[in-house]
Design a protein. Structure first.
Length: 358
């Protein structure tokens, strides 16, 4: 489905290469996240003055806001090599030990989705971050021996989309924690202007505004939409992209004015037309739109809830008044177009059905 690849799905290798080329290479070129950028600049400058590796850095926030880019910038600003891995790839303590033992002094280790690392590897990482040392266990049972291995000073940059899943002891070992926020439309316009310059595209101000308004506050999506608008303009022989051409291109890819794609609208439409606005359980809603419950919950719901279009209650999902209006339906009388909702049942307790409240 083309629309999912635009706003939520993975990318082809060629797309990833283009995305990498559009990444800023230093903090000066990094757009938005002013608070995190200012704090991080101070941390890196102090480390350079001391002549030591920077403190460990934890970056949290939704996907596509620049966590990987900031890790690359940290390595560039410290003039240090960068090693990239991910939490899911480290399932055993030995996997982490192999990576740590091969680090050079001052190297930056970037661990994406660090909250998905295995527990034994997490416990090994505690000592490595704090004392720059790991214990390698040789043998099994009563004859097992722990051999201490000294590590050169390094900087760990961890990235996570779910900071709440990180154990407290691991969070506490990071010297700096930065949370990335969604971008405003003017900030996304700056991102798009920079990207358009690198791609040698001619786009006027109204065109930038149109694309930015449909980008869900996420630079990765903004750049992806810009490339699809570029393709549309190339095929139709348009030299300068304006609001009208950008709108026509994105309408073809089924990304509407609020950034909703086919899946988002299907979820809202099913809630309204098939369930009278809800409440309805997640599994039932997923069956109605022909998707897996995990897809609806992780791909569609976060943005719909953030935009005030969908609500999650103990009895299930409901379509908010804004969803009825956005899809062109009249909002019926009552709470969000439904009969008066007794969200907790007659006795005031949540229902026991496992499906509806997930």
């Amino acid at each position: 489905m083309a629309e999912q690849s635009l706003v939520a799905g993975g990318e082809e290798p060629e797309e990833r290469a283009i995305e990498a080329a559009l990444r800023p290479k230093n903090l000066h070129d990094f757009v938005g996240q002013h608070r995190v950028r200012k704090q991080l600049s101070l941390v890196l400058e102090a480390s350079r003055i001391r002549g030591r590796s920077a403190d460990h850095v934890l970056l949290s926030g939704p996907p596509g806001l620049g966590k990987t880019t900031l890790a690359m910038i940290i390595a560039a600003e410290m003039n240090a090599p960068l090693r990239i891995s991910s939490g899911p790839a480290i399932q055993h303590a030995g996997d982490l030990a192999a990576i740590l033992s091969s680090l050079s002094e001052g190297e930056v280790l970037f661990l994406d989705e660090i909250h998905r690392m295995s527990r034994p590897a997490e416990e090994m990482l505690y000592m490595a971050m704090e004392d720059f040392r790991v214990d390698i266990v040789v043998g099994k049972g009563a004859g097992a021996t722990a051999i201490p291995l000294e590590l050169p000073p390094f900087t760990l940059v961890g990235a996570t989309t779910r900071a709440g899943l990180l154990p407290g002891p691991l969070r506490d070992r990071f010297g700096f924690t930065g949370h990335l926020e969604f971008y405003s439309v003017p900030e996304l316009e700056l991102v798009l202007r920079r990207s358009a310059g690198l791609l040698d595209l001619k786009v006027n101000s109204a065109g930038f505004t149109e694309i930015a308004g449909r980008s869900r506050g996420t630079p990765r999506i903004a750049n992806r939409l810009l490339r699809r608008v570029r393709d549309w303009a190339l095929v139709h022989g348009i030299e300068q992209i304006d609001a009208r051409s950008a709108s026509a291109a994105l309408d073809m890819y089924e990304v509407d004015q609020r950034g909703l794609d086919r899946l988002d609208r299907s979820v809202l439409d099913a809630l309204i037309t098939k369930f009278n606005g809800g409440p309805v359980g997640l599994s039932t809603l997923a069956i109605a739109v022909g998707e897996e419950p995990e897809t609806v919950e992780t791909v569609a719901e976060p943005y719909l809830v953030r935009e005030g279009l969908l609500g999650r209650t103990p009895r299930g999902r409901i379509a908010m008044a804004a969803a009825w209006t956005h899809l062109g339906y009249a909002v019926p009388p009552g709470l969000f177009g439904q009969e008066t909702l007794d969200l907790f049942g007659e006795d005031g307790n949540e229902p026991e059905a496992a499906d509806v409240g997930r």
